[in-house]
Design a binder for this molecule. Sequence first.
Ligand SMILES: Cc1ncc(COP(=O)(O)O)c(C=O)c1O
Length: 453
Amino acid sequence: MEHDRLTELGRRHLWGHFSVLKNDVDGMHIIERGDGCYVWDDQGNRYLDGLAGLFVSQLGHGRPELARAAGNQAATLGYFPIWTYAHPAAVELAAKLASLAPGDLNRVFFTTGGSEAVESAWKLARQYFKQVGQPDRVKAISRNLAYHGTSMGALSITGLESIKTVFEPLVPGAVKVPETNHYRCPTCQDEPHCSLHAAEAIEEAIVREGPETVAAVFLEPVQNAGGCFVPPPGYFDRVREICDRHGVLLVSDEVICAFGRIGRMFGCERYGYQPDIITSAKGLTSGYAPLGAMIVSDRIAEPFVGTGESFIHGFTFAGHPVSCAVALANLKIFEDEDIVGHVQANEDAFRAALDDLSDLPIVGDIRGTGYFYAIELVRDRDTRSSFSDEERESLLRGFLSNRFLELGLICRADDRGEPVIQLSPPLIAEQAEFDFINQALRSALTEATARMR
Ligand SMILES: Cc1ncc(COP(=O)(O)O)c(C=O)c1O
C-alpha cells in the first residue's frame, strides 16, 4: 500500500525538523493536499489547519493564482541571483513592501526565511554601527522564551534554553530580558494595569551592558513562544523611547505577526510603534514558496547608499524569482480580497469561540489578538498552579496532540513555557472554522480534565 511504502521510506530517510527519529512508523502523518482552511492526509482524513501550517498559510491551501504565478515565473526566469544583479520580481516586490511598510522602512533585503532575516538584522546592525563610527555596538537584547530562529546568530537571540544548550558556545553578546506575561507577572498580575517593568528591564539591561556596546533590541509584536504574549498598553512606546535615548536599534521580528496575522499588514502597526528594521517571512508568500524579507529604514541604509560600502552578506536563494513572483501574487490577493479587513471583521468572533471555553477548569488564560491565540492550561484555575513535568508530558504529548488529530484539528500543544494550545488559522477562516475549533477544543480539553484528575 502506498501509505506503508511512504512511511517506511520516511522512517529510513527523512530527517524531520525538531522531530524524534523513530525506528517504527507509528505516528507519521503524511499530509498530501490542501484546500482552503483544510488539509488531507494520504489516507483521506481531513483536518482543519488550525496553525496555518506553521503560522504560514495566510490565504489557505490550493490557491491556483499562486500556483500559476510560480509556474509563469519559473518558465520566464527560473533563477537568477540578486548578488550584483536584479530581476523584475525582486524589484517589484521590494517596492511593494516599501510601500506597505510604515514610515521610512523603504529598503528591502531578501532572505529565504525567518532565521536568515533575524541573522541578517543582527549582522546589519553590527556593520551599520561600524560604519557610523560606533564599532563597539555589537550586542543584541531579546526576551526570555522568545523564538527567533535556529541559525547560530538567531539561536543566540532566541531565549529558549532548551534548544540552545546543546549548541553552546553560542554567539557572545546576546542578552535576555523578561517577556511580557501579565497572567504570571510577579509584580502586577493582580493589577488591572501593567507596571511596564518588562520595558524598564530593557533599559536596565542596556545600562548594565553599557549603551555603547548595544546594537539592537529584537522583539516580536506578540511573542509566540510561551503562548502569544501580547504587549501591555504603553510597552512599545516605552521601548521605542528607551532605544532612542540610548541609540539602540529596534528590530520588530514579525516572522509570524506580519501579513495580517494580528489584523494589520505589519504587527507594529497594531501597537503603533515604528521599528528601525522589520524581519518577516512565512506569510509573505502564504507558504507557496520560501522567502524572507528584512525591511530597513532609510536611516540605517544610508551609510550604504552611494558610499561604495556594501553590506557584506547574502544567500544564493534569497529573493528567488519564483518566490518573489508568488509573494507579489499573494499581496495582490491580500488587496483584492481585503484579507486584513477580513481578519479585523472576524477577530472578535474568533476570540469569542475561544473565550467560550473559559468555563473548562483546565483553561487558565486565553490570550492573543487577531488570528493568533494561545490557551494556557493549568491544574488549578484559582491558584494558577501548573502541572509537573510528568503531567505535562502525559497531557500534551501523551494525550492532547493525538486527540486533536483524531478530532480533525491541527493545532499546537506546546510547553516551551507553561503548557499552551496555540491556534493560528489561515486568515480566510470564518465562523464555520471557529465553531469547529471550539468544538474540537471543548471535547479534547474536557477529556483532558477528566484524565488529569
Ligand atoms: C518570530 C520568529 N522569528 C524567526 C523565526 C525563524 O523563521 P524560520 O523558521 O523561517 O527560519 C520564527 C519561526 O517560527 C519566528 O516565529
